[in-house]
Design a binder for this molecule. Structure first.
Ligand SMILES: [Zn+2]
Length: 86
């Protein structure tokens, strides 16, 4: 499903594809390149800056959940690619 949202950083209108359901996803802005969180809600979607997102909506938490369920088999050989110190 495609949502039209505004980037919380630069406020550019953009289309973000979400696979459906209520799982929050992290999105890279096409315009300013920053990452933010898109979280589907009952009526539409919510958009959060990373620093404003509820703890479990952040990419760190989402990534940790995913990695935890895969028994540590994730992403060998590309250390620190996604690391963004805040
Ligand atoms: Zn932006």
């Amino acid at each position: 499903m495609t949502h039209m949202i505004l980037c919380p950083y630069c406020h550019k209108n953009q289309a973000v594809v979400h696979q459906g359901g209520y799982e929050p996803i992290s999105v890279g802005c096409e315009s300013c390149g920053k990452r933010f969180v898109l979280a589907p809600e009952r009526y539409g979607v919510a958009v959060y800056r990373i620093e404003d997102a509820p703890p479990c909506f952040t990419p760190d938490c989402l990534g940790a959940e995913r990695a935890g369920s895969e028994n540590g088999e994730e992403q060998r050989g590309a250390p620190g690619r996604e690391a963004q110190p805040v």
